[in-house]
Design a protein. Structure first.
Length: 83
C-alpha cells in the first residue's frame, strides 16, 4: 500500500532552525522514500512500511538528539505526490 505523510516539527528550543534543517536533510536523504519540503512541513511518500519506518526512526532520532519538541503528522492511505 502506498501512503503519504505530512510531517511538521516544532522544536521547543530557541535555536530551532538548525534542528529543523537537520531533520529535513535526514528525510530528504533517505532513499527508501520520496520527500518534498515546503515552508510548513515535509511531505513523505512511498510504501507503508518504508514511510512508517522513516517516520519512526526520524522521530526517535530527533527526540534523543534534541530533547523536547512537537511533531504533527497527517497520514493518507494514498500516494498524493504532486506531478
Amino acid at each position: 500500500m502506498k501512503i503519504s505523510v505530512e510531517l511538521s516539527l516544532y522544536p521547543l528550543d530557541d535555536q530551532f532552525l538548525p534542528i529543523i534543517q537537520d531533520i529535513v536533510e535526514r528525510l530528504m536523504g533517505d532513499q527508501r522514500v520520496e520527500a518534498i519540503v515546503n515552508t510548513m512541513s515535509t511531505q513523505i511518500f512511498g510504501d507503508f512500511e518504508s514511510v512508517m519506518a522513516v517516520v519512526n526512526e526520524t522521530v526517535e532520532y530527533s527526540f534523543n538528539t534534541y530533547g523536547k519538541q512537537v511533531f504533527v503528522a497527517k497520514f493518507l492511505n494514498s500516494d498524493v505526490k504532486p506531478g
